[in-house]
Design a protein around this ligand. Structure first.
Ligand SMILES: Cc1cc2nc3c(=O)[nH]c(=O)nc-3n(C[C@H](O)[C@H](O)[C@H](O)COP(=O)(O)OP(=O)(O)OC[C@H]3O[C@@H](n4cnc5c(N)ncnc54)[C@H](O)[C@@H]3O)c2cc1C
Length: 381
């Protein structure tokens, strides 16, 4: 094993605490510096943890807790602007086939579980610590003057990673995907079967909705970036974009007490290396992808497990980081490409939409197969 006494992890989102727990298992002292002031239960909207990500959590003993806090997805149903079902992917066999179903969970709940579990395993988590610089010996400096040092520094600070910008002189900036995401939670009677992710290919924008067992509907919108001739107010703009879509979309938007976002979507690709000296990146900091494959969080968790295993099995940092990147890069790049393909069907214009609706029957088996292939992956420990 590479000799590391203490590791400094920048970012306590998803990959950071998961990496922290794997490193604790190797006997490494871990400090996580997180910019947010606290773990906010209500933060963000929701996400789906794919079976492959659930496998990493399960290997840490957290599978049941996350499953209890979330809800299994039994199917994806694809609907066109007229409300007609144009395709369905049945996911009821996933628990038997992959060990876990796709688990829908509020982002705040997942953060709280990871934070608590990491602390229980002896990881120190410091909130309100935003990285602003670091020197070659691994000493990091933070916004309010704090300084911390690690034998190794792991950049788990997401899409707009400061670690990436500081340590990698030629790091590419996040690239806009051209879609704006908005999310929310509402309680209103709409025709969405429980446990099904209903995906609406609307006339002007895309809309996804999931009904939790308690009746609450979790939804997200992916639409074009705002134009000048559109209403400035967010709810009015969303209502206008979905005016010609199934009427329940508008009902959900009206019934949502608080709109979450908007978040312009970005990706990070083309980073030539994921490590530099004693600094190594994982998750979105290394390879943020479009959320359209529903795999970003699971990729960060898989990265963490592979990175810890590589440190366990290698004789030097260079060797460990090279093994980690070599194993992870092909998988995350393939999934990022699939996510980009999904994006192009979300706001295709009228001609593209006409073809998409008619080709859906041909396209779906391939998409389902791609999804299953990603779900089946198991990181060995
Ligand atoms: C709208 C949307 C929907 C998504 N849906 C899904 C989904 O359904 N399934 C899925 O698998 N993925 C989804 N994703 C992707 C997923 O959220 C990310 O891939 C995942 O969160 C990456 O984890 P991470 O730990 O790398 O980064 P993050 O979770 O972003 O964590 C980074 C952390 O670093 C902190 N940080 C940032 N800068 C600094 C700094 N300078 N100093 C200290 N701390 C810092 C941040 O506060 C944050 O807590 C979605 C993303 C978006 C935007």
């Amino acid at each position: 094993m590479v000799k590391i006494e203490n590791a400094l992890v920048i970012g306590g989102g998803i990959g950071g605490p998961v990496l922290g727990m794997w490193l604790r298992g190797l006997g490494v002292e871990v400090t996580i510096a997180e910019a947010r002031p606290s773990v906010a239960e209500a933060e963000g909207a929701f996400l789906g943890v794919a079976p492959n990500g659930m496998h990493v959590l399960s290997a840490l003993g957290l599978g049941e807790r996350v499953a209890e806090a979330g809800h299994p997805c039994e199917a994806f149903e694809f609907v066109n602007a007229k409300g007609k079902i144009i395709g369905r992917i049945d996911r009821r066999g996933d628990a038997a086939r992959f060990g876990h179903p796709l688990t829908m969970i509020r982002r705040g709940r997942l953060h709280a579980i990871l934070d608590e579990a990491a602390r229980a395993q002896g990881v120190t988590i410091l909130h309100g610590q935003r990285l602003v610089g670091f020197s070659d010996d691994g000493t990091a400096s933070f916004e309010h003057g704090q300084r911390l040092r690690g034998d190794v520094v792991f950049g788990c600070d997401g899409l707009r990673s400061t670690t990436r910008a500081l340590a990698f002189s030629s790091a590419p900036s996040p690239r806009p995907i051209g879609l704006l995401d908005v999310g929310g939670f509402a309680r209103v009677d709409v025709p969405i079967p429980p446990g099904v992710n209903v995906m609406v290919f609307g006339r002007r924008a895309f809309f996804g909705a999931f009904r939790a067992p308690d009746g609450e509907v979790w939804w997200f919108h992916n639409g074009p970036m705002p134009r000048e001739d559109e209403p400035a107010e967010l709810r009015a703009r969303l209502l206008a974009l979905h005016a010609d879509d199934p009427s329940w979309v508008g009902a959900l938007l009206e019934a949502t007490p608080e709109l979450l976002g908007p978040w312009p979507l970005h990706r990070v690709d083309g980073l030539p290396r994921w490590s530099e000296g004693r600094v190594c990146l994982l998750g979105d900091a290394a390879h943020a992808m479009s959320p359209s494959a529903g795999q970003g969080a699971s990729m960060a968790m898989e990265d963490a497990m592979v990175l810890a295993r590589s440190l366990r099995d290698a004789a030097s940092l260079d060797e460990a980081f090279a093994a980690y990147e070599q194993e992870r890069r092909p998988r995350v790049e393939a999934i990022a490409r699939a996510a980009s393909r999904n994006d192009s069907s979300k706001a295709p214009g009228p001609v593209g939409a006409w073809f998409r609706d008619r080709m859906m029957g041909l396209f779906l088996p391939r998409a389902a197969e791609e999804q299953s292939k990603a779900y089946a992956h198991r990181v060995a420990w």
